[in-house]
Design a protein around this ligand. Structure first.
Ligand code: SF4
Length: 151
């Protein structure tokens, strides 16, 4: 049986989102050569067999970005691609895309980060998750639907 998750907005949310943004900025400033070319191959979940797993802070930031784009709910797709990928190949929330979209780069972008290269940032995301009452990483569609309900 599916038990609905708590979607009540937890205290300290703004600070948590500020921390998630700081984590993303720090990742961008790491001296590891990566260049996302926006080919969107990694956005094709059905083809890659991989769906980004979001901690609660990542999901909350992504949900807010989607809401800022004028959408109230997660777009529906039936082709197995990320619901945030527009038909023209643009990510609806690129500036606030989750950590996995930034680190599990395709070969063309330089390959994935080694876990050791970003372990400290993962730990910080986990700390934000705990602070927001999250249960650890969850698949992007479900994590975002819950956050959108709580906005
Ligand atoms: S959030 Fe954006 S970058 Fe990440 S998989 Fe979805 S469309 Fe691609």
């Amino acid at each position: 049986m599916n038990i609905p998750r708590k979607t009540k907005r937890p205290p300290g949310r703004e600070e948590a989102l500020t921390e998630v943004r700081a984590i993303y900025r720090e990742l961008e400033n790491r001296p590891v050569e990566r260049a996302c070319l926006r080919r969107t191959e990694c956005c094709q979940f059905k083809l890659t067999g991989r769906t980004p797993q979001l901690t609660r802070g990542e999901a909350a930031l992504a949900a807010r970005a989607l809401r800022a784009s004028g959408r109230k709910t997660l777009p529906e797709r039936d082709d197995g691609a990320c619901p945030l990928l527009r038909a023209d190949g643009v990510c609806l929330i690129y500036q606030d895309r989750p950590f996995g979209c930034r680190t599990h780069f395709c070969a063309a972008a330089g390959g994935p980060y080694a876990r050791a290269e970003v372990l400290d940032l993962i730990r910080r995301l986990e700390a934000v998750d705990a602070r927001l009452g999250g249960d650890g990483p969850r698949a992007l569609p479900a994590a975002m639907r819950d956050e959108l309900r709580g906005l």
